[in-house]
Design a protein around this ligand. Structure first.
Ligand code: MFK
Ligand code: FAD
Length: 502
């Protein structure tokens, strides 16, 4: 069979391999402690965590409905590697560092940089971490009191034995985008002020979480509820078991059989009297969970940029090992052009993501200007929808750069593409996020667009002195002018008076 074997691409320390990340941190937060922590974590990712991520993929979670004696138990069995990811996440402060404020306004940039290194090796553990971070943010912004004060401490601890993850149960069969009309779950008031939830949640990811935030309609004394978004309230519920080992108020219907994200369980849940506490004012459920959406959409964008970076790093390494037509791939100009195009997309995504993380950090430290706040609101859906789409394109191109091996399952490469495909679906599809852009433009009476134009113009002014950037400055300037013309056209046409008059 011959003695030749292809060499595999080698994952090196993703921090040391990422000149853009290191350059960004050097420019913006040259804190030695942050940099040395990220370098050490990068080493851990390459040498230890990446193997656990593969283990999560090949040992997919499974659902055990009954114990050997026929009692209903609904155990979601996950791999030992998945459990190690939970401990590691606490120890490394992957959620906690967003709340400790160690690096003040740069704490989010530091936290997200770490998640960016972790994500492609995490076995999708970034999914529960995103929801955990989002839940902590909601609880913090609402003002933690009993019983969620204890939960907030657990979501943001570095102690593995105390650390909790959270779910985000929004989607029901009738609608995941239109949760306002699609939610049927009802909340029945109890005499002690708590509630019991009854309904069916159609998608619940990382369902081995310790708690969740979810939406439901409060029933009045006659059993009636208010329809639409105005009838939804936000609830906190713990996922716990009774003395017989049965889930309290939950039945796990089944685990989803998914294209990707196979490392983590995604379940359909019947809520059958789940004990819960109302967190929001009645009817303010959607507005109250919006903080969670902001955080999880930023995490999604970090994961998208990270997937692109990982495939580019591996493809570059492979290009130094694989020979075709008598020379290494790296010596074929056409192959290098392909890699360079992937690199440019990755860089653009990274810089946009980090800018949004920077804005989030400023807002959380109370130093955001009005311009920053508008930009954060506008750019969150934009960065999520843009990076998700680009991740699929770049990762797909990346697989091709390994030739046939990019299609072979146990190289670990195809999983990158499968997992990228979900990024544009969950946490708001591309169309829904486009409408969210319109929503925030309308709600701010156009102020967010004004903020955007000023921001990009100030970036252009800063770059205009650098001659090598002249073509890029001209292109962005042209795009900005086109956008201005479009917005003006839309603004003058929007009322539709001319059409109505005709
Ligand atoms: C690897 C990391 C990945 C992350 C982990 C992923 C795990 C998977 C988790 C999921 O997929 S969880 C499910 C995620 N589901 C969604 O993202 C739902 C998508 N649909 C939307 O986002 C809809 O636009 C929305 C449900 C919000 C529409 O609801 P409504 O009730 O028709 O919206 P409406 O009436 O315009 O707004 C209600 C209030 O919410 C308003 O506030 P006010 O009442 O105070 O005026 C809005 O301003 C506010 N709001 C809506 N979207 C907002 C927002 N506020 C801030 N930011 C937003 N994005
Ligand atoms: P629909 O809302 O029916 O959308 C179908 C299509 O219609 C989409 O292309 C959408 O863009 C388009 N569309 C909808 N409305 C409009 C409009 N107004 N204008 C134009 N186009 C529109 N949900 C949770 O709550 N918790 C979870 O943990 C969770 N985990 C998930 C894990 C996975 C692997 C997946 C795939 C999904 C998960 N979801 C979860 C569900 C996810 O958030 C929803 O699938 C998503 O929000 C879309 O909702 P839907 O499936 O009902 O699609």
């Amino acid at each position: 069979i011959g003695a030749f074997f292809q060499e595999r691409p080698v994952l090196k320390n993703p921090f040391l391999e990422d000149a853009l990340l290191r350059g960004y941190l050097k420019r913006h937060m040259p804190d030695k402690a942050a940099v040395s922590d990220l370098r050490a974590f990068g080493e851990r990712v390459a040498n230890e965590v990446d193997g656990w991520g593969r283990e999560c993929e090949v040992t997919a979670p499974r659902l055990v409905h009954f114990d050997p004696w026929g009692r209903r138990v609904d155990h979601i069995v996950t791999s030992p590697a998945w459990k190690r990811m939970k401990d590691l996440s606490a120890q490394e402060g992957l959620v906690a560092s967003g709340y400790e404020g160690t690096f003040w306004e740069w704490s989010r940039v530091y936290q997200m940089s770490k998640l960016y290194l972790f994500s492609p090796s995490s076995g999708l553990y970034t999914c529960p971490l995103a929801m955990t971070d989002g839940a902590a943010k909601v609880i913090q912004s609402i003002g933690a009191s009993w019983p969620v004060k204890e939960a907030l401490g657990r979501l943001t601890t570095r102690q593995p034995e105390r650390f909790w993850t959270s779910g985000q149960w929004m989607t029901e069969r009738q609608g995941g985008s239109d949760v306002g009309h699609g939610t049927e779950t009802v909340a029945v008031p109890q005499t002690d002020g708590s509630f019991k939830l009854h309904g069916f949640k159609w998608f619940t990811s990382a369902t081995d979480a310790d708690m969740t935030l979810t939406l439901a309609r409060v029933q009045d004394g006659t059993g009636a509820t208010t329809p639409g978004s105005r009838g939804l309230s936000l609830f906190y519920a713990e996922v716990s078991r009774d003395e017989d080992g049965r889930l309290k108020g939950i039945e796990v219907q089944r685990l989803k059989d998914k294209l990707g994200t196979r490392q983590m369980p995604t379940a359909e849940l019947l809520l059958d009297g789940l004990p819960a506490h109302r967190l929001s004012e009645e009817g303010r459920g959607v507005a109250s969970i919006a903080n969670m959406l902001t955080i999880t959409r930023i995490h999604n964008s970090v994961s998208a940029a990270a997937a692109m970076r990982r495939v580019v790093q591996l493809a570059r390494d492979y290009a130094t090992r694989r020979t075709a037509f008598g020379k290494l791939l790296k010596d074929h100009p056409l192959h290098i052009q392909t890699l360079a195009r992937m690199e440019v997309e990755t860089r653009g995504a990274f810089l946009l993501v980090m800018d949004v993380c920077r804005l989030l950090g400023r807002e959380e430290c109370g130093i955001a200007t009005q311009l920053d706040t508008h930009l954060l609101r506008l750019l969150t859906p934009v960065v999520k929808l843009y990076t998700a789409k680009q991740a699929v394109a770049v990762v797909s191109e990346g697989l091709e750069s390994f030739g046939g091996q990019g299609y072979i399952e146990d190289t670990g490469l195809p999983g990158l593409l499968r997992d990228a495909q979900v990024l544009s679906i969950w946490e708001g599809t591309t169309n829904v996020l486009s409408l969210d852009v319109l929503r925030c433009v309308a709600r701010s009476s156009g102020m967010v667009l004004h903020a955007y134009f000023s921001h990009v113009k100030s970036l252009l002014a800063g770059a205009s002195g650098v001659s090598s950037l002249a073509p890029a400055v001209k292109a962005v300037d042209g795009a900005l002018s086109e956008l201005e013309v479009f917005v003006r056209g839309a603004a003058t046409k929007a009322p539709g008076y001319m059409e109505l008059a005709a």
